[in-house]
Design a protein around this ligand. Structure first.
Ligand SMILES: C[S@@+](CC[C@H](N)C(=O)[O-])C[C@H]1O[C@@H](n2cnc3c(N)ncnc32)[C@H](O)[C@@H]1O
Length: 230
């Protein structure tokens, strides 16, 4: 399956990533006793440090063959083992239940509809051990940020322009050299509703990767959930 990411996977490392997320996910992985799974693993930006810190092989799923190829090459360079699988996170299937499933880089926002996300959350719940955790982060929509960025060209290492569609809660990212990718933002209550329908419960909701409380100034949702009854 080819995707927008295939066209610029070799430049993904140049996109500002907010590396503060890496210690957060590494910390959760250290606490997990059992299989570790990254949804939308991309180039292994997070999975590689997780594998290095835990000495365990991380299962990484992604729909972009070119992103997976980057991850494969970087894992060899770093001397770690990743179990990389091409697939769609809405169709997650594991041979054995996982202790931790995590999805960094705001990747869940690539799923356009409630139905897509519900399917993904249900597959996550079905793939976790009874005490297993699910963690992810996503930006919190801020109309100040949107009005500052809308239509503006970003003259960065991967030059692009953002276009906001409030009616569809969507940001389109149009690269100068072609191709547009989209993110669909979600509110806190949508995320909580997804946990509810999937039979997961919130363990923590932070406003940042250092464990800051979520408040009116927070621009990131950082969720940690557990299987209910775990
Ligand atoms: C922003 S990148 C994040 C990569 C990595 N997790 C990180 O934090 O650097 C988003 C990734 O999501 C993947 N992706 C988007 N939709 C997907 C889907 N439905 N199933 C699997 N992967 C998907 C893309 O191919 C891309 O590699």
């Amino acid at each position: 399956m080819s995707s927008w990411y295939d066209s610029w996977a070799d430049r993904y490392a140049d996109w500002p990533s907010g590396a503060a997320d890496v210690p957060f996910y590494v910390g959760l992985a250290r606490e997990a006793e059992g299989a570790l799974v990254e949804l939308a693993v991309g180039t292994g930006r997070v999975a590689i440090p997780v594998a290095q810190a835990t000495g365990r092989r991380v299962i990484g799923i992604d729909s972009s063959p070119a992103m997976l190829a980057q991850a494969r090459a970087r894992a060899v360079e770093e001397g770690v083992e990743l179990d990389l699988r091409e697939g769609d996170i809405r169709e997650l299937e594991l041979e054995a239940p996982a202790a931790l499933i995590y999805c960094p880089g705001r990747s869940l926002l690539h799923l356009p509809t409630w139905a897509d996300r519900r399917r993904c959350f249900e597959r996550v719940a079905a793939s976790l051990r009874s005490d297993g955790r699910f963690a992810w982060n996503a930006f919190a929509f801020d109309h100040h940020v949107a009005s500052a960025l809308d239509g503006q060209h970003a003259d960065t290492a991967v030059p692009h322009t953002n276009h906001y569609s409030v009616g569809d809660n969507r940001v389109d990212i149009a690269l100068d050299d072609g191709g547009t990718g989209s993110l669909w933002w979600a509110t806190k209550n949508e995320w909580l509703g997804l946990l509810d329908v999937a039979g997961l419960r919130v363990e923590a909701l932070y406003g940042g990767f250092a464990g800051e409380p979520l408040d009116d100034d927070s621009r990131e949702y950082v969720f940690v959930a557990r299987r209910s009854g775990g």
